[in-house]
Design a protein around this ligand. Structure first.
Ligand code: SF4
Length: 343
C-alpha cells in the first residue's frame, strides 16, 4: 500500500494543505477586532472559560484597527512580497457583534490582494441566522477566497465542559457545524488535551467524535482520500515551477491543543491548589500520536501543540519550546511508524 507523504510529515498538516492548494507556504496573521465574549461580558458569565486569559485566546494579536493590523502584519513579512496570507480573527468571539460591523471587518480583510481567506474564531452559540446569512453572502462575493470558522469545542464531555465553564451543550456545536457545512463553510474544531479529570479514553472519544462528524461531511461532498502529489502531478516542492496545484474548495480541520495554565486564570488557582497536574512532554507526545491515528486522513491538522504566551505561561514550561516538541513528535512517529488515520 502506498502511504501518503504529506511533505515528509506523518499527518496532513495545515502547511501541506496550503502548499498543495496554493503552491507555496502561506502565513496566518492574527488580528484583534475588539470583540468581547458572552462568557466574559456577563451574558452567560463574567469570568470567562476557566483556562482563558484576559486576552481571550488572542494574546498575540496587535491592538489596532483591522487595516493597520494587516499592514503591520504584512510589513513584518516585507522581505516576502507577493506571499499569501490568511487573516485570523482570533481574540475573543469574532461573530459576537452587530452584523454590519462584522460585514465591514471581514470585507476589509477579504478585499486585500495578498489575503487568500479569513479564519474566524468563535463560539457555536454565536452563529445566529444573520451571521450565517452574512457568511453565505460574503462567500459568494469573494468566491475566489475562503472563509473558515474555528470553534472551541475543547471536549465532548459535559462534566468537563461544566468545569471549564464552556456554557453550551454539545448539541449546539453539532447544530452549528451542520449549518456551516450546509453553506460550504469549513469548520476547524479546537480540542484541548489534558483537561482536569479527563482520561486518555475520554480525550480519544472527543477526537473520534469530531473526526466522525467531519467524515460525514467529507463523504457527503465526495471528497476522497488525499492523493500523493506524484500520482496527480502536483508538486512536492513549492519551488518547482509549472505545476498545476489542486484547488480544494472544502476542508475539515482539527486543532489539538495542549492545556496551558496561564497566570490570572481560575485554572491557575486550581493548579496552585494541586487539584490537577499538567502533562509531561513524553505523555503528551504519545497521546497526540494516538489522537492522530484516530483522525481520518482527509482532515487537515491545524495544530498539534499549543503555544501559550511565554510571559504568562505557568505550566507546562516544556511547551514553551514548540520546535523541540514538534521535533520530538516527528521523531517518535517515525520510530513507531505511526501515521494519521491508521488505527
Ligand atoms: S475561551 Fe473563548 S469562549 Fe471562553 S471566555 Fe475565552 S474568548 Fe470566551
Amino acid at each position: 500500500m502506498t502511504h501518503i507523504d504529506w511533505l515528509g510529515k506523518p499527518y496532513y498538516s495545515l502547511d501541506a494543505y496550503f502548499k498543495y492548494t496554493y503552491g507555496e507556504k502561506c502565513y496566518k496573521l492574527a488580528v484583534d477586532a475588539g470583540f468581547t465574549c458572552p462568557n466574559r461580558d456577563g451574558s452567560l458569565d463574567a469570568r470567562g472559560c476557566v483556562f482563558c486569559s484576559a486576552g481571550g485566546s488572542g494574546d498575540f494579536a496587535d491592538k489596532y484597527n483591522i487595516n493597520s493590523q494587516i499592514e503591520a502584519g504584512l510589513a513584518r513579512f516585507d522581505k516576502m512580497a507577493g506571499k499569501k496570507f490568511v487573516i485570523y480573527f482570533q481574540a475573543y468571539t469574532n461573530t459576537y457583534g452587530n452584523v454590519d460591523y462584522l460585514r465591514s471587518i471581514y470585507t476589509e480583510a477579504l478585499e486585500q490582494e495578498q489575503i487568500i481567506g479569513i479564519s474566524i474564531a468563535t463560539r457555536p452559540d454565536c452563529l445566529g441566522d444573520e451571521v450565517i446569512a452574512l457568511l453565505e453572502e460574503l462567500k459568494k462575493e469573494f468566491s475566489d477566497k475562503f472563509i473558515w470558522i474555528e470553534l472551541g469545542l475543547q471536549t465532548i464531555h459535559e462534566k468537563t465542559a461544566e468545569y471549564i465553564r464552556r456554557k453550551y451543550p454539545l448539541s449546539v456545536y453539532e447544530a452549528a457545524v451542520q449549518r456551516l457545512n450546509k453553506i460550504n463553510i469549513p469548520v476547524i474544531t479546537h480540542i484541548i488535551l489534558g483537561l482536569p479529570g479527563e482520561t486518555e479514553e475520554m480525550m480519544l472519544e472527543t477526537v473520534k467524535y469530531v473526526s466522525d462528524l467531519s467524515v460525514k461531511q467529507l463523504n457527503k461532498m465526495a471528497i476522497g482520500a488525499f492523493q500523493p502529489p506524484d500520482v496527480h502531478g502536483y508538486g512536492t516542492d513549492s519551488k518547482t515551477k509549472n505545476i498545476t496545484y489542486k484547488k480544494s474548495n472544502f476542508m475539515c480541520g482539527i486543532k489539538l491543543q495542549l492545556l496551558h495554565v496561564l497566570s490570572g486564570t481560575d485554572l491557575a488557582c486550581d493548579y496552585a491548589e494541586g487539584s490537577f497536574r499538567v502533562l509531561e512532554q513524553e505523555e503528551y507526545i504519545d497521546l497526540v500520536i494516538r489522537c492522530l491515528q484516530n483522525i481520518d486522513e482527509r482532515i487537515v491538522i491545524h495544530r498539534v501543540t499549543g503555544d501559550g504566551p511565554k510571559k504568562i505561561l505557568i505550566a507546562p514550561k516544556w511547551s514553551g519550546n514548540k520546535k523541540a516538541v514538534l521535533n520530538a513528535l516527528h521523531k517518535r512517529m517515525k520510530e513507531l511508524n505511526a501515521r494519521q488515520g491508521t488505527v
